[in-house]
Design a protein around this ligand. Structure first.
Ligand code: PFF
Length: 468
């Protein structure tokens, strides 16, 4: 007997799960760093503009495609295009992209687990040394952590949409919010924290230029998990009678609020560590910031709360980042699984096992590419730099391809599925949508400005990374 397709139990279940996917390393680390380097509140203003006027329509379009077809991205593109080969290919891109993002995100999550273990066993001081990160990513014991993490993730995914993904989000998302607010309140009591707040919230428009605007859009897109096939798949688990425009707004607000709070946590912490911090010197990569810089900041808090106190603060912070990463990771690994279930007609159990094997096969070269294996560490070179297998996956699938997938979604909705199809899906569960100003804006922007902007961002990123 065929299994019934998974579904979220309620609108709230969907909102929490989609927010769980959206809230990830992008919010808790990348956003604060970008905001601080690029004019504080000035960056925030453009970021909010992009969330509202560019990302929101794309988000609704992805969710509507999934809900209309009740399928994964390949199924959704092919059903709505009556099996057109080119569009099916676009659907495949929306499966390969999350598949590969999961590979390197898994590796980062493994590092987070190792850091939590080290902090819990008194190793905060060791983690603050300059060579710590390099040593940790080259430890052969990472394999053990990798297998442990994959077992946890795939057990959650075996539970399915309601009992696995949704239940995880119901527990972890509120926990994450409480941890974030408590840590922020604590950091705000430290000396010089106010300098960080001032730095964060006073707009400095002089730093704005085209690359900052480009970065803000890419960050907004990434942060909402767009272009990864996630929202198409989650849309397919969303009940027909529920309101897409309103639920989408809630997810975007939750995601942006967490990013904003993370800034209120990280910048004051940095300024409490060194009131003369020059934010230009902050690491450009999220990875560098979390794993190399933040342990030093936590260690410095021992002057105020002792070594054990500083270790507790660090542990809570790394757990928070780990929870954010785990909910995102579970959401992204679900995308190929839903594809195997729909397209290969596998049972959920078989699809999960199949995906577990595939992910392990790809995660191994990624995890050994930071020193364990020479071959994967010096895997290739482009843009004048030697790149590891990990860098390659991150550059292609994380940094570059998302706006392109977003572009295909817009063009598909506007010119193949047609706006009338999108509108009729968005009107289900929201009778006010038809004829509203929102509908007029979505129809206009998705067929013109948004795809154009996404294409430009894609082209400029390709030039920056591969032909600097
Ligand atoms: N929105 C996520 C973030 O901000 O980190 C993006 C994401 C990345 C989702 C990786 C899922 C994932 F596996």
């Amino acid at each position: 007997m065929p299994e019934t397709r998974g579904q979220f139990s309620s609108k709230l279940g969907f909102i929490l799960a989609a927010a769980g996917s959206a809230v990830g390393l992008g919010n808790v680390v990348a956003f604060p760093v970008m905001a601080s380097k690029n004019g504080g509140a000035a960056f925030l203003i453009i970021y909010l503009f992009f969330i509202a006027f560019i990302c929101y329509p794309v988000m609704m379009a992805e969710i509507a495609m999934g809900r209309r077809t009740n399928r994964n991205p390949v199924g959704a593109f092919s059903q709505l295009s009556s099996d057109h080969r080119g569009w099916r290919l676009a659907g495949k891109l929306a499966i390969i992209t999350p598949f590969m993002i999961a590979v390197f995100y898994t590796v980062i999550t493994v590092w987070l687990v190792v850091y939590m273990k080290e902090i819990a066993t008194g190793g905060l001081e060791m983690l603050s040394s300059e060579s710590a990160f390099g040593d940790i990513v080259a430890r052969p014991t990472l394999f053990v952590y990798l297998l442990g993490l994959l077992c946890v993730i795939f057990c959650i995914l075996l539970g399915g949409v309601k009992n696995g993904i949704e239940r995880l989000a119901r527990v972890l998302m509120p926990t994450l919010a409480v941890m974030l607010v408590s840590l922020t309140l604590f950091v705000l009591t430290l000396d010089n924290a106010v300098a960080g707040i001032r730095y964060y919230l006073v707009p400095d428009f002089s730093r704005m230029d085209l690359s900052v605007v480009n970065g803000a859009l890419s960050q907004a897109f990434f942060s909402l998990s767009l272009g990864m096939g996630i929202l198409i798949t989650y849309g397919s688990y969303f009940s027909r009678g529920d309101n897409i425009p309103q639920s989408t707004r809630m997810v975007a607000i939750a995601d942006t609020s967490i990013a904003f709070f993370a800034g209120l946590l990280i910048l004051p912490a940095i300024f409490a560590f060194d009131p003369n911090t020059n934010t230009d010197d902050l690491s450009t990569s999220s990875v560098g910031l979390i794993f190399s810089f933040l342990p030093q900041i936590f260690l410095s808090m021992q002057a105020a709360v002792g070594y054990v106190g500083a270790s507790i603060v660090a542990f809570v912070f790394f757990s928070l980042v780990f929870f954010a990463a785990l909910t995102s990771l579970v959401s992204i690994i679900e995308i190929p699984i839903s594809c195997w279930i729909d397209e290969l007609k596998l049972s959920r159990k078989r699809a999960v096992l199949f995906q577990a094997v595939l992910l392990t096969l790809f995660a191994i070269p990624a995890i050994v590419s930071l020193g364990i294996s020479d071959f994967f560490t010096n895997f290739t070179s482009y843009g004048g730099v030697t790149k590891s297998f990990f860098d390659l996956v991150s550059d292609v699938f994380y940094e570059t391809i998302l706006p392109f997938v977003g572009f295909t979604v817009c063009i598909f909705c506007a010119y193949r599925w047609k706006m009338s199809g999108l509108s009729s899906e968005l009107t289900r569960g929201d009778s006010d949508y038809a004829g509203s100003r929102l509908e007029a804006y979505v129809n206009f922007s998705l067929s013109s400005v948004i795809p154009l902007v996404l294409l430009l961002v894609f082209i400029s990123t390709v030039i920056q990374i591969y032909f600097p």
